[in-house]
Design a protein around this ligand. Structure first.
Ligand SMILES: Nc1ncnc2c1ncn2[C@@H]1O[C@H](COP(=O)(O)OP(=O)(O)OP(=O)(O)O)[C@@H](O)[C@H]1O
Length: 261
C-alpha cells in the first residue's frame, strides 16, 4: 500500500492547465523524485498534496485516507511536512529558536508541559548545523538556511516530507552530505518526495522518479529506467537519442557533469 496516491489530479488556472490528470504513488520509506522541465507542474502538485491548492478534479489519498478537501493544518497533523523553494525561516530569531518554534506549534497545548531543548539540539545535530544554533537566521549562509528549513519540517515529525528544490544554494560537498542525510532519514522510516533540479542528487538518492511534462506524468521508474527513457529525453531536450541498446549513459546527456534541463 503506497503512503501517497495522487489520483488523476487536474489543476486549472483560468485557461492554463498546470496539472493534467497526474497520477503517481509514493511508497512508504522511499525517496521519490518528482522532476520535469520548468513549468511542468511540480510545485502546483506539491501544493495540491499539502493543501495549499485545491485541485479542479482528482483525489489525493494519504495513509489510506482521502485528504483532497482536508485543510493544511490537519494534513500537517496527519504527518505531511514540507519545505519551500523560497526560504521561510524567521530572520530575527536564532536558528535554535526557529526550530523550537516549530516544535511549539506542532506540540500545541501539550508543549506547555515539556522542554524541547534536547529535541532542538538533537535535530540541529542531525542536520549538521548545531554550530549555528545561536546565529540569527537572517545571518546564516543559504546552504545552512536550507538545512534549517529541513530541521523545522522534521520538528513536526512528518511521515511524508516534501522537499521543494532542497539543494538549491548548497555547494557540491554540502549537496553530497545532504544526499546522505536524506538516505539516513529514509532508513529511519521517513518517506521523502522531492522536487529537485540537481540531477546528480536525484539520480544518486531516489528509489523512484516520476517525470512531469505539461502537467502529466510521462514516465516513472528507477533512476536508470528514467535516464534511459527516450520520452523523458525528448521532454527535456526536444529530441530523443536512443543510443546503443542497453546503454543508459547514452541518454540525458551531461554538460559539465550536469544534466541539461
Ligand atoms: N497561481 C497561478 N496562476 C496562474 N498560473 C499558474 C499559477 N501557478 C502556476 N501557474 C502556471 O502553472 C504551470 C505550472 O507551474 P509550476 O510552478 O507548478 O511548475 P514547476 O514545474 O514547479 O516549475 P519550476 O520548475 O519553474 O518551479 C506554469 O505554466 C505556471 O505558469
Amino acid at each position: 500500500m503506497p503512503l501517497l496516491h495522487v489520483d488523476d489530479v487536474v489543476v486549472q488556472f483560468g485557461g492554463v492547465t498546470a496539472v493534467n490528470h497526474a497520477n503517481f504513488e509514493v511508497e512508504q520509506g522511499s525517496i521519490t523524485g518528482l522532476i520535469g522541465p520548468n513549468g511542468a507542474g511540480k510545485t502546483t502538485t506539491f501544493n495540491v498534496v499539502t493543501g495549499l491548492q485545491t485541485p479542479t478534479s482528482g483525489r489525493v489519498v494519504f495513509d489510506d485516507k482521502d485528504i483532497t478537501r482536508m485543510p493544511v493544518h490537519r494534513r500537517s497533523r496527519r504527518g505531511i511536512g514540507r519545505t519551500f523553494q523560497r526560504l521561510e525561516a524567521f530572520g530575527s530569531l536564532t536558528v535554535a529558536e526557529n526550530v523550537r518554534t516549530a516544535f511549539d506549534i506542532h506540540d500545541g497545548f501539550a508543549g506547555l508541559f515539556r522542554s524541547v531543548q534536547n529535541d532542538v539540539d538533537d535535530l540541529l545535530d542531525l542536520v549538521g548545523i548545531a554550530n549555528h544554533a545561536d546565529d540569527r537566521a537572517d545571518s546564516i549562509p543559504t546552504g545552512t538556511a536550507r538545512l534549517l528549513e529541513l530541521a523545522r519540517a522534521l520538528a513536526c515529525d512528518p511521515k511524508l516530507l516534501l522537499l521543494d528544490e532542497p539543494s538549491s544554494g548548497l555547494d557540491e560537498s554540502e549537496t553530497e552530505a545532504f544526499g546522505e542525510l536524506l538516505q539516513q532519514l529514509a532508513n529511519e522510516g521517513r518517506t521523502i518526495l522531492m522536487v529537485e533540479h540537481d540531477m546528480d542528487l536525484v539520480m544518486n538518492v531516489c528509489d523512484t522518479i516520476h517525470v512531469l511534462d505539461f502537467g502529466s506524468v510521462i514516465a516513472d521508474g528507477t533512476p536508470a529506467q528514467v535516464r534511459a527513457n527516450p520520452v523523458v529525453q525528448k521532454a527535456y531536450l526536444g529530441y530523443s537519442d536512443d543510443g546503443p541498446a542497453g546503454d543508459d549513459t547514452a541518454v540525458l546527456p551531461l554538460v559539465n557533469e550536469e544534466v541539461v534541463l
